[in-house]
Ligand binder design. Sequence first.
Ligand code: MTE
Ligand code: MO
Length: 312
Amino acid sequence: MLIRNAGQIRSSEITPKSVYLNRRHFMAGSVAALSMGSAGVASAAKLDLVPSAFSTDEALTPKEAATTYNNFYEFGTRKEDPANRSSEFTTTPWSVKIDGLVDRPADYALEDLMSPHQLEERIYRLRCVEGWSMVIPWAGVSLSKILELAGPQSGAKYVAFETVVRPDEMPGQRGFGQALDWPYVEGLRLDEAMHPLTLMANGMYGEELPNQNGAPLRLVVPWKYGFKSIKSIVRITLTEKEPPTTWNIANPREYGFYSNVNPQVDHPRWSQATERPIGGGLGAGRKDTLMFNGYADEVASLYAGMDLKVNY
Ligand SMILES: Nc1nc2c(c(=O)[nH]1)N[C@H]1C(S)=C(S)[C@@H](COP(=O)(O)O)O[C@H]1N2
Ligand SMILES: [Mo]
């Protein structure tokens, strides 16, 4: 059941050019950060990254757009809320409880989860169920490496994830009329979680994650709608049964457990056939949405024989 062979990506998806261009972009960024540093302005920590063969070669969403147009309801439901209302959120120290059906259940310090691995830069498309998309250079490691530290047991069939609950620091978690039940919870089948594309990210655009994008640690599952990519994770539980998920609890008719990007299965209230690239600039119109968000060659086999209209 554990997928260890990452060598199945089509060579057309291996993109030395975009990685090279991106490196140049980071080098320019580093110089800027250094000069700002000398002026006493704090800048986010640069990460030491190696490029990944999983990257798409599409044009990156501008960082400004990816860090100001967010869904992170713990900070509010408007797109600008997470950027505007997350500055009080503290992410050090941080630990993640890994429990359930694992050989080594423990509270793992963030450093102990991420530092043993060489961080990769992976440029992934992110497709929100609302109909917009971005292309983001994430930093992180395959979730499988994190799970292997804890040692999944043979009875484990699913992985459940939980976001931090901290009403003092998260304005969307206090007061009347809160948008969702907290904690935000998500889940994957174990084979989805162990798939090499499934990323545990601690950075983007070469730096540590900004609070609004899910600092210090968030999931990125590129072939599923964005809401599966749960932010600011504090707990990972290996289970035998399919775990509850936040948007399925909120509206089971509209949001299923699988939530694979699928242009042929419409949302009950809108089509999923096309998408609007965020920050695409003038002339960047809607694009066709691709099956499994363009990752069909890698992940379609996970769903062989399943009716994707039923398992939406
Ligand atoms: N804890 C938590 N995780 C979350 C959300 C949220 O509201 N709370 N929103 C999800 C949705 S709908 C999307 S599209 C992505 C957005 O990630 P981004 O803001 O980094 O682009 O985060 C997902 N993860
Ligand atoms: Mo989303």
